[in-house]
Design a binder for this molecule. Sequence first.
Ligand code: BG6
Ligand code: MG
Length: 216
Amino acid sequence: MIKAFIFDLDGVVVDTVGYHFDSWIKLAHSLGFKLNDDIKEKLKGINRMTSLDIVLAHGGITASQAEKIEYAKQKNDWYLESIASMNDDIILDGVKEFLISTQKEKLKIAVGSASGNARKVLSKTSIYSKFDIIKDSNDAKHSKPHPEVFLKAAEALSVDPSEAIIFEDSAKGVDAAKAGGFKCVGIGSADILTDADIVMDNLTHITADIIVKLLS
Ligand code: BG6
Ligand code: MG
C-alpha cells in the first residue's frame, strides 16, 4: 500500500536547474574555461562537491581541497544571489495542484534532495508547509545515486521504501530510488530516465490517485 510521495526538489518541484547551471557557467568562466550544454544533464541530482569535481575535470583543472571549498562557496553564493528574490513563480507547473491532490489521498509528503539549500529554497514559496519532512544533503553523507537521502526521508515518515513513490528528474536520482527499493516516477525524458517505472513530462494534468493506481 502506498503511503507517501517523496519528491526531488530541483527540476521536480522548483524550476532551479537553470540557476544552478548558470552559476556553474560563471564559476567555469572565472577559472578560464567554458561549460558546454552537454554537461548540464550530468550535473543534475548530485551534490555540490561532486558537481564541482565534474566541472573542474571538464576544464582540466586540478585544485587543492581549500580551493575546492572556495570554488563551491563562490558557486553557491552566485546561486543564492540568483534565487534571492524568488517566490511562487519558481514552482513548476502543476506542482501546487498535484500536492493538493496528494493531501486529498492522505499520503505523506517529503522532499529528498541532493541540494544543501532545500529548506532555504522552499521557504521562499507558499508550498513549504505542505512537506511533512525535508531531507537534503545536510542530512546525507552520500550523494545520489546512493539512496541515503530517500531512505532518511522514508524513515522520518515512518514508511517502508515499498510504501513510497519517488519523483525524480535526474538519472542519478532514479538510480538512487531504485537502489533504495522505491518505485519511481521520472519527470522529463524517457530516453534519459530509462529505469523509472513511468515517465511524464511534468506534473500537470495528473493526480495522486492515478499515480498510486499506476504503480500499485
Ligand atoms: C541537486 C541539483 O538537486 O542539488 C544539482 O540537481 C545541484 O544541480 C545539487 O548541484 C546541489 O545543490 P546545492 O543547492 O547544494 O548547491
Ligand atoms: Mg532534480
